[in-house]
Design a protein around this ligand. Structure first.
Ligand code: PHE
Length: 396
């Protein structure tokens, strides 16, 4: 097992440096590199230590890096405003290399060794599912910024999320396909190794058929595959008006390119897993004309969103995607709960997180229900010229 641990900055140089070190890197207060205070193996007394598990390398690296940035910005802002209970916040970050078993190992380390007060992450639902039992057993609250599979929070009462769930997201796209795009025949290409993809496939199938549409075929691949031509050739024979691909950006980009190469004329549709600027770098114009459901749009004119975008751009020189927005929201929900909580023990903090109500997130207002999930609207975005363009908002 090779766990990558790194301190608060996701810069590649720091990452490489940490990898070589034999000793644990010190947790650092959220902020710039100059904030790094070397502490031997355990956090300094005056620091509240959070944990984070993310895919900073591997097939979903873009998810982990955006989330890292969002969390970093939230901690920096909280520390600049005085921290929590007179202490600065720090975060210990583990890179799970986009692998569920590594995510589980990292969660174990955060609770047994680092003794963090709460854990943020993961993004991919399969990785979140692998981590959840570790946090639950140790009674350490864990908030996933963006894992949408319903099973994630079902693991137990210490597991929360700040995004909507897939029964909603899948229904949004099924309804959009049927009612707005007026499709009658749709095929699905699913990743059978991903809890996220399998879950969305089920929902889309049920909702699209329920609305009178026909699912003409379901083809499958496994995470890590790079050749989708056999499945796409089968799909082409079915002449679907739409093709639902509830996968992650790296696979989707390849699928789109190969579909184009095979002359498959159909409108591709997907979910939040498409969200990364990498989709356009890897998929070029092959993804043009597609539709996705997502958590947030950087086109949202509300001041809360636009001011967040400005601060994020100033720090990271790029526009925040929904991962960054949800990473930022997840950290802020925990920070606010820590402020309200009488103490920072797992049970006390859990109670406060569970009470989160009308929290003004940048990816929507967050009120957690009894299942520890928020109920929030989704946006529908269209891919146009290497960009996601806002087209609609759908409320639950
Ligand atoms: N919802 C995805 C999952 O559960 C993760 C994701 C969220 C990806 C937001 C991109 C944007 O696996």
């Amino acid at each position: 097992m090779r766990l990558h641990v790194l301190a608060a900055l996701a810069s590649l140089s720091l990452f490489a440096a940490c990898e070589k070190k034999k000793t644990e890197p010190a947790p650092v207060a959220g902020g710039t590199a100059t904030d790094v205070k070397p502490v031997e193996n355990k956090p300094a007394e005056d620091v509240i230590l959070l944990g984070e598990v993310g895919s900073l390398t591997g097939s979903e690296a873009a998810f982990g890096i955006s989330t890292r940035n969002g969390i970093e910005l939230a901690l920096e802002e909280a520390n600049a405003a005085g921290g929590v209970k007179g202490k600065k916040l720090a975060v210990r970050v583990y890179d799970d290399q986009s692998k569920p078993e590594e995510a589980a190992a990292a969660a174990t380390r955060l609770v047994t060794q680092d003794k963090v007060v709460a854990i943020l992450g993961e993004v991919a639902s399969s990785n979140s599912l692998a981590m959840a039992p570790k946090a639950q057993a140790a009674q350490v609250p864990r908030v996933s910024p963006s894992s949408t599979n319903p099973k994630v929070t079902e693991v137990g009462d210490y597991i929360f999320r700040v995004c909507f769930i897939d029964p909603f997201q899948g229904a949004v796209m099924a309804r959009y396909a049927k009612e707005t795009l007026k499709f009658s025949n749709v095929a699905i290409l699913t990743d059978k190794k991903s809890a996220y993809s399998e879950g969305l496939t089920e929902v889309f199938q049920a909702k699209f058929s329920g609305a009178g549409g026909k699912i003409v075929g379901v083809e499958a691949y496994s995470k890590g595959d790079t050749d989708f031509r056999a499945q796409l050739t089968n799909i082409k024979k079915l002449k679907p008006e739409g093709l639902y691909v509830p996968g992650y950006y790296q696979d989707v980009a390849l699928i789109a390119e190969q579909a184009k190469e095979l002359g498959l004329k159909t409108v591709m549709m997907g979910g939040d897993g498409w969200d990364s600027s990498k989709l356009f770098e890897l998929g070029g114009d092959a993804v043009d004309g597609s539709y996705v459901s997502n958590h947030y749009s950087s086109d949202d004119p509300s001041p809360r969103v636009q001011e967040f975008i400005k601060r994020y751009q100033a720090k990271f020189k790029t526009t925040p995607d929904s991962l960054a927005a949800l990473g930022y929201d997840s950290a802020n929900v925990v920070i606010e709960a820590m402020k309200r909580s009488a103490d920072l023990s797992g049970p006390a903090l859990r109670e406060e997180i569970a009470k989160t109500k009308d929290f003004p997130g940048v990816a929507g207002t967050i009120t957690l229900d009894a299942q520890r999930n928020p109920v929030k609207p989704a946006v529908v975005l269209k891919v146009e010229g290497g960009k996601f363009k806002y087209v609609d908002t759908v409320s639950p």
